[in-house]
Design a protein around this ligand. Structure first.
Ligand SMILES: Cc1cc2nc3c(=O)[nH]c(=O)nc-3n(C[C@H](O)[C@H](O)[C@H](O)COP(=O)(O)O)c2cc1C
Length: 194
């Protein structure tokens, strides 16, 4: 299978980076094809510009959007690894989705009816949070985030969500707890179709 990892974190020394590396290595160890798009590392511009609107509405394709759509086309399974920032994805990833999951590529409308165009592709989402599991259980916030991201973006585009895993309270996790999280990340990678 072709696995695309869309990784979003500003710091290469972050725990999210360790999650991404662990996951990619485990996939490669199972002979899966792996590509990583490190949005900060690439210097991806997450802001939709007027020039993007003009180019897309004129039937053209801005170069950065076309490149990322090419990677998505290639992928069978797309894994998004990111920390929760203000109850959602970091602005960098929000902007990537706004630009790259464009109408005509990721979805279309048949009259009033939306139609996902990424059917057959599978999504895995791995998130870390600063907030504790207790806090999230009492607020129902994780369900809200899942509804928005899994339903509002990926299922809307016809994708099947295989896993949406939250690792909570990561900022205060001990070394042992972090090691357990990375083991769980390896398990998720091994569970994927090959
Ligand atoms: C700008 C910003 C916003 C954040 N918002 C949230 C939030 O809404 N909920 C939460 O649980 N943690 C929040 N956090 C904490 C991050 O999720 C946490 O630092 C991250 O998951 C830890 O992973 P890392 O060590 O790889 O950075 C926020 C952190 C930053 C920097």
């Amino acid at each position: 299978m072709n696995h695309l990892i869309v990784y979003t974190h500003p710091s290469p020394s972050s725990f999210n980076h360790a999650v991404m590396e662990t996951y990619a290595l485990e996939l490669e160890a199972s002979n899966q094809e792996v590509r990583v798009r490190d949005l900060y590392g690439l210097g991806f511009d997450p802001v939709i510009r007027q020039s993007d609107y003009d180019t897309l509405s004129g039937g053209g394709m801005p170069e950065d959007i076309g490149t990322e759509q090419g990677h998505l086309r290639w992928a069978d399974v797309i894994t998004f690894i990111f920390p929760i920032f203000w109850a959602g994805p970091p602005a960098m990833l929000k902007g990537y989705i706004e630009k790259v999951f464009s109408q005509g590529f990721a979805y279309a409308f048949e009259g009033e009816q939306p139609k996902g165009l990424l059917g057959g592709k599978k999504a895995v989402i791995i998130n870390t949070t600063g907030g504790s599991l207790k806090l999230y259980q009492s607020s129902g916030m994780l369900e809200s985030i899942s509804r928005t991201i899994d339903g509002g973006v990926f299922r809307f585009c016809g994708m099947e969500v295989l896993h949406h895993r939250y690792f909570t309270g990561v900022t205060t996790a001990t070394a042992d707890e972090r090691a357990q999280i990375l083991e769980e990340v390896r398990r998720i990678a091994r569970s994927l179709p090959s």
